[in-house]
Write a protein that binds this ligand. Sequence first.
Ligand SMILES: [Zn+2]
Length: 559
Amino acid sequence: MIRLYPWVGPMVALLLSGCSFQAERADTLLHNGIILTLDESGTQAQAVAVRHGRVIEAGPERAILNKYHAAKKVDLKGAVLVPGFMDAHAHFVGFAESLGAADLVGTASEDEVLRKAQAHAALFPEGWVLGRGWDQNDWEDTSFPDRQDRLDSLFPDRPVLLERVDGHAVWVNAVALELAGLRAGTRIDGGELLQNKEGDLTGVLIDRAADSLQSWVPEPDSLSRARYMKEAARQCLEVGLTHITDAGLGPDDVAAIEALQEAGELPLRFSVMVADEPDALDHFLSKGPRIDTSGMLDVRAVKFYMDGALGSRGASLLEPYSDRPETRGLFLQNEGDYLEKVIRTQEAGFQVATHCIGDAAVRRVLEVYCDRLGGVNDLRWRVEHAQVVHRDDIDAFGACTVIPSVQPTHATSDMYWAGQRLGRNRVRRAYIYESLRNQLGWLPLGTDFPVEGISPLRTFYAAVVRKDMEGYPDQGFQMDEALDRLSALKGMTGWAALACFREHDLGQVAPGYRADFTVLDRNVVTVDAEDLLGTQVMQTWIGGERVFERKRGSAVPLP
Ligand SMILES: [Zn+2]
């Protein structure tokens, strides 16, 4: 909270009451909408007045329009305005970097690969065209492709390198071969350069030959990194995101975000967790928490890893994996080192967040946390993911005020195989979002993108319906742990704000809060479940500025 001099409050009140007979000035009025304020009283409003990037008041249509005068009026035409969506755990910079190469995973034909490469080339019209993830075994014609069929003619002047899904092969065009000085007859030990019947290189290079060509691809420079970040931000605004907690960055990444924000080219808000790397800790902890008055960029948490992931059996479990009884996964931290770093983080005034997927990791971290915190507190230490939690440990979240930070799309991505890893009984203790919400009465939601898609509406759907996009399973996955709709919405707004100390600033449409809004074409709290997936983000507002508006008739499926 901002501490005011004692005389400021009464003076403001006096000024306000003095003006009550004439219209008060606002910068923007958004009206004729359904406004879910998500404030403490749960008020619904029709109009909201904004000044200097913050909400002055939300209320009934007539009352707000009569009370305020503004140069700019935006008719919401019955659309639904909610506080701007927040992602409580994502990897924005990782997502931006992934945009440097076209995503070719799951492509069903050479044709689809080429189309995606072309789309990517159009997005970033200079330098190498990169792609990653094709697998000719998924195509109807499972033979390796030949650059001379179409790749060369589609990309006559830019080098192209498309990496196979396993990373052991690449497919490149004539320009790339030329650059690297590879021709028919070139020999590379430990590598292979495939040729067609005519004896020409097809552009498919295996192992060492692939490596030798990869070495010609320049590391992305700061200019291209900036391009990827701007494109990543554009995509985030399009799905209604206004604030992202990036779960683990170093000084260079934070400097890159800052530079783009200062240049006015990155309108998203960030709360940054510092990555657990010696340089990053030295750099940030010595300075103390960074809390930005513009509300664009905070750095006040540190992110540790206690274990790996369930899919690869790296999550640390109390009992062996059901589908591989010789392993329980592993800890990524030695207990002593971890404790030392937690203490150092606490003493520097930073919030502690630790990645824990398996129940053994959750238990170990809760023990350290509770030991340091000693009970109810307001330090807001976090357990990221909290995917499998032993029955005996769950109450420690409440008892030591530890925040479980969860990603509902993990449940619907993992549900096909989680039961194999964990077995029939233990999987009941996984993805237990409603039980975790009960611990503190609130629960921040995120995605972990780019591990999952970026859309908060998919998070909402996974949290309340717990089905995949095809409607599987019929009854939803472990529905006793589904969240109710209002909770899911709060998890992506006010509760996400609480988890990063922004609850006085973000996550409500209420006086004094930042004017960050997401405008939807339907009311996700009341619409039928089957209509949820068709929900469209129509507008996104950050700090009283409209940063995204969907063109009429350009409905898109959830990304
Ligand atoms: Zn993560």
